[in-house]
Write a protein of this length. Structure first.
Length: 66
């Protein structure tokens, strides 16, 4: 018999997992690759990653002076 999800947290986790898998399969069907890379688990590591990505893309969006 199938496992019954009893809590709201279990349901959210299930639907997040399904959405991610659907996204990856859609990307595959479009011919694009999607990595299975997961986010860092600690809050500090996520903050560092966020800051580095913001810096990276902020630098790219700066217009070059001519």
């Amino acid at each position: 018999m199938a496992d019954v999800m009893t809590s709201l947290a279990e349901k959210k986790q299930y639907f997040d997992r399904v959405k991610l898998e659907n996204y990856r399969q859609s990307m595959r069907l479009e011919g694009l690759s999607s990595t299975n890379q997961t986010l860092p688990t600690s809050k500090n590591e996520r903050a560092k990653l966020k800051q580095s990505l913001m810096s990276k893309y902020a630098a790219k969006s700066q217009p070059s002076s001519r």
